[in-house]
Ligand binder design. Structure first.
Ligand SMILES: COc1ccc([C@@H]2N[C@@H](C)[C@@H](O)[C@H]2O)cc1
Length: 448
């Protein structure tokens, strides 16, 4: 291994209570809310089909012009308690909120910039209201924070000369001030999810990313930090130059997931994926007909896929400028919540089962139960289950208690019957298992 000053601070998973809670939460929601919700993807009469929170970039709007949108920021229908109820009813255990996206507009009254809610017609501390409302219903709050800040004159994409260097060090000091402000104003925050850290300027300042992680962990013992913040001494991101994961969980899976057969390495560390409902919209976009919008079962499939490989999933919502949510998002949240109400035990505090994935889809594991979450009902009416050596299935029940038939079909192989009723939605079978040393030699391997 090579010597690193700014590489991984810890090897292997964290097992303290705060990280256990992060891991057992499993299902989260993302909130992307900022000035970009006002134009909703349209600028000077042109609708851009790129991500709405990047409209400033697509329409090449200068920062001072873009930030004029603050004059219109007045979400009269914003009600933090309603947002908290929507999240509770959806069954999420945590919510990640954009404190500041790339545009530089802060949802909290930061003292270090004029571009905050204070200087809008709305005036009030939106972030503070949300932290209080979510925490009151037992939902953890995580902060999304974009290091890249298009509103700040000292932001640099690269460091070309001494002037850039001096400006960028001022920028990092400004960023430290904002992070300290967030950590001290909202001490119940459980996680910082950094974004906007892919540019040369940050990769050249790996020291700062290590400092930011260490500073937050001093200010809030137990707080978690994502790998996307981190660059090491040589600018290597997420995993340091010795291949060790930096931060507390890998955060590279954005709008994509590891392959359940080929990417099993991810089961060795903690990771969290995040996803959009349209193909690629995080902030509010007025026209969702421009891309495919996932239906509730497609969202559930991604949630279960992540948990089946030992990861968390965060489903994104982009609230409207008025502070309410679009109907499509409310309906998806409700549908997910309905399913989670009945089946959540196969998600919360569950982990990778280590069994070979089958076509009917995913396993999750908790204590001495393995859950089968069936998305694809086979015409054979039999669910193939291949168990690890010396593992026996004691019984199989639907979560409503209905016993399912289990037939041993070969060495370490079983058929589990499908329920008579077609629920028209993914269903869960809970397997009780035990390890058995005595493997019967009933089955003859073919000699070939
Ligand atoms: C250059 O590609 C991207 C794509 C998405 C992002 C941001 N990460 C997501 C979590 C959203 O915040 C999106 O704006 C940044 C750069």
């Amino acid at each position: 291994e090579i010597g690193l000053q700014y590489g991984a601070d810890r090897l292997g998973k964290r097992y303290d209570a705060a990280m256990q809670k992060f891991r057992e939460n499993r299902l989260g929601a993302f909130i992307h809310w900022g000035l970009y919700a006002i134009p909703g993807g349209e600028w000077n009469g042109q609708v851009y089909n790129g991500a709405a929170e990047w409209l400033k970039s697509w329409a090449k709007v200068p920062a001072e012009e873009w930030l004029q949108l603050m004059k219109q920021w007045n979400p009269q229908n914003f009600d933090a308690k309603k947002w908290a109820k929507m999240a509770k009813d959806m069954g999420v255990k945590y919510v990640k909120i954009t404190t500041k996206h790339h545009e530089g507009f802060c949802l909290w009254p930061s003292k270090f910039t004029e571009y905050t809610v204070t200087n809008t017609p709305y005036k009030k501390d939106i972030l503070g209201e949300l932290v209080k409302a979510y925490n009151e219903v037992g939902i953890d709050v995580h902060f999304y924070f974009s290091v890249m800040d298009w509103s700040h004159p000292d932001w640099r994409y690269s460091i070309k000369n001494q002037e850039d260097e001096i400006a960028f060090q001022r920028f990092l000091a400004f960023t430290d001030n904002q992070l300290k402000e967030l950590a001290t104003r909202y001490p119940t925050v459980k996680d910082f999810w950094f974004d906007g850290t892919w540019d040369e300027s940050i990769k050249k300042n790996g020291w700062w990313t290590a400092h930011a992680e260490r500073m937050l962990k001093e200010l809030i013992p137990g707080v978690t930090v994502n790998s996307r913040l981190r660059a090491d001494d040589y600018g290597k991101r997420h995993f340091d130059s010795n291949g060790h994961l930096m931060g507390d969980y890998e955060s590279a899976y954005e709008r994509r997931l590891p392959d359940p057969i080929k990417d099993l390495q991810v089961t060795k560390w903690d990771w969290e994926a995040c996803m959009t409902l349209p193909e690629n919209q995080w902030g509010y976009h007025k026209d969702w007909s421009l891309s495919y919008v996932k239906n509730p079962v497609e969202v559930l499939e991604r949630i279960v896929h992540a948990v089946s490989m030992g990861g968390n999933m965060v489903v994104n919502f982009g609230p409207q400028a008025d502070g309410d949510f679009r109907t499509e998002e409310k309906e998806i949240a409700k549908a997910i919540g309905k399913w989670m109400q009945k089946n959540g035990e196969c998600i919360y505090a569950c982990d990778y089962a280590g069994w070979e994935k089958q076509d009917w889809e995913y396993y999750t594991h908790k204590k001495n139960s393995v859950y089968m979450i069936v998305f694809n009902r086979p015409y054979s009416k039999q669910l193939t289950v291949k168990v690890p050596k010396e593992t026996q299935i004691i019984n199989a029940v639907l979560l409503n208690g209905e016993k399912m038939k289990v037939t041993e079909t070969a060495r370490n192989e079983y058929n589990v019957g499908v329920p008579k009723q077609d629920f028209q939605e993914p269903f869960v079978i809970k397997l009780e298992i035990k390890s058995s040393k005595t493997s019967t030699n009933k089955y003859q391997e073919a000699l070939t």
